[in-house]
Design a protein around this ligand. Structure first.
Ligand code: ZN
Length: 253
């Protein structure tokens, strides 16, 4: 039996049983990028297709740029887990998940090869076009689950995706001195920071206290948008980069 893929790109089908129905009336309006975090592509694929693992993604992209489709886009794949963005928590119902082969932080995190990134660019572009997904809704797993996840990580070249017209990105402001807000701080500046992170989409409470949730949100933000230094401390570069990104959002997004 020939099974076709949803994308017009060259891709092979490798079905996973791990999926369910989408929720009627909930549009697909996000793309979530992951790394596999396993030593080999084969190990990752076998896990994504193992019914006992109860995890999956719509696509897997190998280091050589090969694209596999594991779950039809019309079905709800199980890639996001407990997560949150802009007030929404059932991210699986509204997203397409792409697993990018990389051993990850626990197994020898390394740069993503050019051919792999070219495939990520082509596939993400194709998905965004077909589902009319906005640039600011192309995110990493760590953005939507900052307390649990680090993927696709600070080596992932979001700047290259942006050059290809994918995702929301600004050149990060240079790291210099001045303005530090960090764990334990409290008051109006902390509240302002939390409001900005929450407005952007992160799961951060507006409490006026720089708590652990805030620190993890800052780290996730840095990992994606200011990857040179991921320390959870808000310096001038972090805050200016966040400002610049917010200015690019349409007011009601
Ligand atoms: Zn992930």
């Amino acid at each position: 039996m020939t099974v076709s893929t949803d994308t017009g790109l060259k891709a092979r089908v490798h079905p996973s049983p791990n999926h369910g129905p989408r929720v009627p009336g909930v549009p697909v309006d996000m793309v979530i990028l992951h790394y596999t975090g396993m030593t080999t592509a084969e190990a990752a694929l076998s896990r994504l297709c193992n019914p006992e693992a109860e995890v999956s993604a719509h696509y897997l992209i190998d280091e050589d740029g090969g694209i596999l489709q594991c779950v039809p886009e019309s079905r709800r794949a199980w890639h996001a887990g407990r997560s949150f963005w802009k007030g929404r928590s059932d991210i699986n119902s509204r997203s397409i998940g792409i697993e990018i082969v990389n051993p990850g932080h626990e197994n020898g995190y390394r740069a993503f090869p050019d051919r792999q990134i070219e495939a990520v660019v082509a596939l993400t572009k194709d998905i965004c076009r077909r589902h009319d997904i906005q640039p600011w809704m192309v995110l990493g797993h760590s953005d939507i689950a900052p307390d649990r996840k680090e993927d696709p990580g600070e080596l992932f070249p979001w700047d290259r995706l942006a050059e290809a017209g994918i995702g929301l990105y600004v050149q990060p402001f240079p790291i210099g001195s001045g303005l530090f807000i960090q764990s334990g701080d409290r008051g109006q500046p902390v509240e302002a920071l939390q409001s900005m992170l929450a407005l952007f989409g992160y799961d951060v409470g507006i409490t006026g206290e720089f708590d652990e949730k805030t620190r993890l949100g800052v780290k996730a933000f840095q990992r994606h948008f200011r990857p040179e230094k991921v320390d959870g401390v808000v310096d001038q570069s972090t805050i200016e980069t966040l400002h610049a990104l917010l200015r690019k959002l349409p007011s009601l997004a």
